[in-house]
Design a protein around this ligand. Structure first.
Ligand code: LLP
Length: 435
C-alpha cells in the first residue's frame, strides 16, 4: 500500500466487501449488523460493551468444511490456544474434533468440555513434570516431545508411574513459514522442536528407552500461513525422515502436520484446506501413516467479533473506543489488520485513527482507516476476533475482562459475564506488616 493511499485510507476494503466473505454476518437496514439471525445491537442492549460474540454456526460450518477436506486423510485436533472457552471446546468435540493442548490448564479445559483423553495431543517446549504427570494420568493420545532433554523426563516420569507414554518427536525442519516473525516456529533459530538432522538419533534412543513408545513425528512451522509452499517444504523433510527411520527398522505410524492455516484479515481469501490436503497427500500419501492436523485460527477467527462503543471522536480524527489493547492485543503485538464495521451503515465516510483508551500509543486498532462516519455512542464490530482474541486479553489498566456471548441461529446466550471490579482484586492480599 502506498503511503499516500494508506493516509487517505483508499485501499481499505469497504464494510460490504469485508462482510461478503463472512456468511454469518450481514448488514441489514433495519437491524444493522446481524450475526446469523441475531442483531448484534440486541446483545449490546443487554450486555453492554466491550463484548466478544461468537457464531456457533460459523464454527460448526468451518470445522465441517475442514474435516471434509481431510476425509480419509487426517484427524483434526483443534488447537485449544486459539479460543479455549468451554463452549467452543464443546462445539469442537460435538463436531468430532480432538484437541491440541500446550499446558496442563488447556488439558483440563479440554477434558472438562468433554473431549476424550485419547483424542488429545500435548505440544509445547517446556512441559513441567506436573503437566507431564497429568498427561500420563489422563492417558492422553500422544505427547509431542520437543527436545532430547524432555524425552528423558517423559521416560523417567512414565516409568515411575508404571505407564508407557506414546510420544511423537516434533521436528524442527528449518523451513521459513513466510509469516509474521513473531509467529514463525520452524526455522533453526526458533526454540521449537528437535533439529531435523538430530531426529534419527533421538528417535532411535526413544525406541530403546523405558516408559516411552515413539509413535511418529510432529511438526508445526508457524501460524497465519497463506500458501502451501512452506508446508510442502516441511512435509518433504518429514517424509524423508519417515523413510530413513523405517529403513533402520524403526516403526513410524503417525505424522502430526501441525496447524497454521491462515485466514483473510484484509480482503484476501482464507487459506484453502483443500490445498493443504493436497500438500499432505503429495508428501505422505503413499507412506501408510496416520495423519493428524492441529488448526486453531482457521476454525474460529472469522466466527468472532469484538463489539465496542465509540466513547468520543477527538478532533474529527481519533475514534476512541471502549475496547482496548488489553482486550484485543493482536494489533499492538503484531501490527495486525482487523476489519472494523459500524453496526449501523452511514452514507458518508471519513479517515480515522481508531484507538483504545489505554495509556500507550500501541493501543491503536487502525491508522488512517477509511470508515463510515462515526459519532460518540455508536457501535462497531472488530472482525476476525474469534481466534487469539479473548484468550490473550489482560486486565491492564485495571480494565475488567469483557463479556462473551454465543449466537446460534436465532438464539444467543451469555458465555462469560463481564468481570466485576471486585473480581479484579479477588485473590490479592495486603500483608499485615503494611498496616
Ligand atoms: N500447534 C502448535 C504446536 C502451535 O504452537 C499452534 C499455534 C497451533 C498448533 C495452532 O496454530 P494456528 O492454526 O492457530 O495458526 N497469537 C498469535 C498466534 C500464535 C500461534 C501459536 N501457535 C496470533 O494472534 O496471530
Amino acid at each position: 500500500m502506498s503511503e499516500l493511499a494508506s493516509l487517505l485510507g483508499e485501499e481499505d476494503p469497504s464494510p460490504a466487501a469485508l462482510l461478503a466473505t463472512r456468511p454469518h454476518l450481514s448488514l441489514n437496514p433495519i437491524d444493522g449488523l446481524t450475526m446469523e439471525e441475531v442483531p448484534l445491537a440486541a446483545i449490546i442492549a443487554e450486555l453492554g460493551t466491550p463484548t466478544w460474540v461468537y457464531s456457533a454456526g460459523a464454527m460448526r460450518a468451518r470445522l465441517a468444511r475442514l474435516q471434509n477436506a481431510m476425509t480419509g486423510l487426517a484427524e483434526v485436533h483443534y488447537a485449544v490456544k486459539a479460543n479455549d472457552h468451554l463452549a467452543v471446546l464443546r462445539l469442537m468435540a460435538a463436531g468430532g474434533a480432538g484437541a491440541d493442548v500446550v499446558s496442563g490448564g488447556e488439558l483440563l479445559r479440554a477434558r472438562k468440555a468433554g473431549i476424550a483423553a485419547d483424542k488429545i495431543v500435548f505440544s509445547g517446549v517446556g512441559k513441567t513434570a506436573g503437566e507431564i504427570r497429568l498427561a500420563l494420568a489422563e492417558g492422553i493420545e500422544q505427547i509431542n516431545v520437543e527436545s532430547a532433554e524432555e524425552l528423558e523426563t517423559v521416560s523417567a516420569l512414565a516409568s515411575a508411574m508404571g505407564r508407557t507414554a506414546r510420544v511423537a518427536l516434533r521436528v524442527n525442519p528449518d523451513v521459513d513459514a513466510h509469516t509474521h516473525a513473531k509467529i514463525t516456529t520452524g526455522t533453526a533459530k526458533d526454540k521449537f522442536g528437535i533439529p531435523y538432522t538430530d531426529i534419527p538419533a533421538v528417535y532411535r534412543h526413544a525406541a530403546a528407552l523405558p516408559g516411552v513408545e515413539p509413535a511418529g513425528l510432529a511438526l508445526h512451522i508457524g501460524s497465519q500461513i497463506m500458501s502451501t509452499g512452506p508446508y510442502r517444504a516441511a512435509f518433504a523433510r518429514a517424509a524423508d525422515l519417515v523413510r530413513a527411520l523405517r529403513a533402520e527398522g524403526l516403526e513410524v505410524q503417525k505424522m502430526d502436520c501441525g496447524g497454521g492455516l491462515g485466514v483473510g484479515y484484509h480482503d484476501t481469501a482464507d487459506a484453502s484446506p483443500d490445498a493443504l490436503a493436497g500438500a499432505m497427500r503429495a508428501a505422505f500419501g503413499n507412506l501408510a501413516l496416520e495423519l493428524m492436523l492441529e488448526p486453531g485460527r482457521w476454525l474460529v477467527a472469522p466466527a468472532g467479533v469484538l463489539l465496542s462503543e465509540v466513547v468520543l471522536v477527538k478532533a474529527g480524527r481519533f475514534v476512541v473506543l471502549d475496547a482496548a489493547m488489553n482486550d484485543l492485543m493482536r494489533p499492538a503485538l503484531y501490527d495486525s489488520w482487523h476489519g472494523i464495521v459500524p453496526l449501523r451503515p452511514a452514507a458518508e465516510s471519513a479517515v480515522y485513527d481508531v484507538v483504545g483508551p489505554v495509556c500507550e500509543t500501541s493501543d491503536t486498532f487502525a491508522r488512517a482507516r477509511r470508515l463510515p462516519r462515526l459519532a460518540a455512542g455508536e457501535h462497531v464490530a472488530l472482525l476476525e476476533a474469534g481466534a487469539y482474541g479473548a484468550v490473550m486479553s489482560s486486565t491492564y489498566n485495571a480494565r475488567p475482562r469483557a463479556a462473551i456471548a454465543l449466537v446460534d441461529g436465532a438464539r444467543w446466550a451469555l458465555l462469560r459475564a463481564r468481570q466485576t471490579p471486585e473480581e479484579l482484586w479477588a485473590g490479592e492480599r495486603i500483608p499485615d506488616f503494611l498496616g
